[in-house]
Design a protein around this ligand. Structure first.
Ligand SMILES: Cc1cc2nc3c(=O)[nH]c(=O)nc-3n(C[C@H](O)[C@H](O)[C@H](O)COP(=O)(O)O)c2cc1C
Length: 199
């Protein structure tokens, strides 16, 4: 049983999503004390952008790759291996400018590799990262859940589901920029939801 814990906030100690993700990870550690934990702070060590050089490296046969191309692919390989070996994944996700942080998008770009983490069949796409439970702590400044403004929750459902990760538990903390009282109540509710969660 391996736990992969990933934070993506750029707000360091101030981050609500990272704090809530920490509570989720603590809960898993208590439930599975012998489990190894892999921790990644994507803001501290962002995956490199999917750029023309990276795409070129991916489409170059392994034996023909330059040293720089091998290094570039090796970084993505590491991130893929972490997800492959994880049984439980905890993601801390803030909303920035209506989307997920660019660093988290770069992580999705890194782990989405055809033939490795998904493939296309005659029946359509098939995700290959199956059998994992994903616990997500989301932090929004406004109130978006269930409205067309929430581009974060459906994106995560789609991007994770495409790769085979369909067992998702969302904890939302919303209205965090709407004054102290609303933020406090939202965080208390999110913490209560984490506490009540069966992992
Ligand atoms: C650069 C930036 C952009 C943001 N954009 C949005 C936004 O589009 N919608 C929203 O509801 N809140 C927005 N917020 C508020 C954050 O969602 C809120 O601060 C939340 O706590 C961020 O998660 P974190 O504390 O884990 O970093 C933004 C905050 C920052 C710093």
């Amino acid at each position: 049983m391996t736990i992969l814990h990933i934070n993506s906030s750029i707000r360091g100690e101030q981050s609500h999503s990272s704090r809530l993700a920490g509570l989720l990870a603590d809960k898993l550690k208590t439930a599975y004390p012998a489990s190894p934990i892999i921790f990644r702070d994507l803001a501290q060590t962002p995956p490199p952008l999917l750029d023309p050089a990276a795409l070129q490296a991916l489409f170059t046969p392994p034996e023909q790759r330059s040293a720089a191309q091998q290094d570039r692919i090796a970084m993505d390989d590491r991130l893929i291996a972490e997800v492959q070996q994880a049984d439980h994944i905890v993601l801390g996700v803030p909303m920035y400018n209506f989307g997920i942080p660019a660093q988290l998008k770069a992580w999705f770009d890194a782990i989405s590799r055809t033939g490795v983490t998904f493939r296309y069949t005659a029946n359509g796409p098939e995700g290959l990262l199956t059998g994992k439970k994903v616990h997500l702590a989301l932090a929004f400044g406004g109130l978006h859940r269930g409205t067309p403004h929430d581009l974060v929750t459906p994106y995560l459902q789609t991007a994770l589901g495409f790769l085979g990760m369909t067992d998702l538990t969302f904890i939302h903390a919303e209205g965090l920029a709407m004054g102290e009282d609303i933020a406090k109540a939202a965080l208390q509710q999110a913490e209560a939801e984490v506490a009540a969660l069966a992992v």
